[in-house]
Design a protein around this ligand. Structure first.
Ligand SMILES: [Zn+2]
Length: 171
């Protein structure tokens, strides 16, 4: 599929990561700092969409000094994804989405979003291991529980026929 969602999580040194999101239509690079637990928030945010068909999940990456705000709105089987950037997280958390810069947006099936987020998170674990992750991300451990929760939800609810990395046991 030409418009398939792509996500990369590139863990760098000293509590920074680059998060690259793209599909056939548009791409964005988001900077993430360890002030918030970005990978855990992403996994939990997508997991939270499974509750009801109109769920809304919001979370943000602290990008020192920017705020990168994710708004995930479930619309039946799909999720409307909007990512906004604000220049200063110290003052932007109370601002409405409309005052941010829309850095990336797309609507994707929930199953596709969950699969891609899972695969990306597992790639990070495969590359760095839990110890290596902690060394680089410093403030938070690798989010094992959030990964297991999302994988359980994805396998239960989405008829996904793609292969899944089962290296970590199910919670
Ligand atoms: Zn899958």
């Amino acid at each position: 599929m030409a418009n398939r969602l792509q996500l990369e999580w590139d863990l760098r040194d000293h509590g920074w990561a680059d998060c690259r999101i793209a599909d056939g239509a548009a791409k964005a690079t988001l900077f993430v700092s360890y002030c918030t637990d970005g990978l855990a928030d992403l996994l939990s945010g997508v997991g939270g969409l499974y509750g009801a068909t109109n769920r809304l999940e919001r979370f943000f990456f602290d990008s020192e000094p920017m705020e990168v705000r994710w708004v995930l709105r479930r619309e039946g089987a799909d999720v409307a994804i909007a990512i906004y950037e604000f220049p200063d997280v110290a003052i932007s958390l109370d601002l409405p989405d409309s005052e941010g810069h829309l850095a990336w947006t797309a609507t994707k099936p929930l199953g596709e979003l969950a699969h891609v987020v899972l695969a990306t998170a597992q790639q990070v674990l495969k590359e760095h291991g839990e110890d290596g992750y902690m060394t680089k991300w410093i403030r938070y451990p690798y989010p094992v529980a959030a990964l297991q929760d999302l994988r359980r939800l994805h396998l239960q609810h989405d008829q996904c026929e793609l292969p899944h990395d089962m290296t970590l046991p199910l919670a």
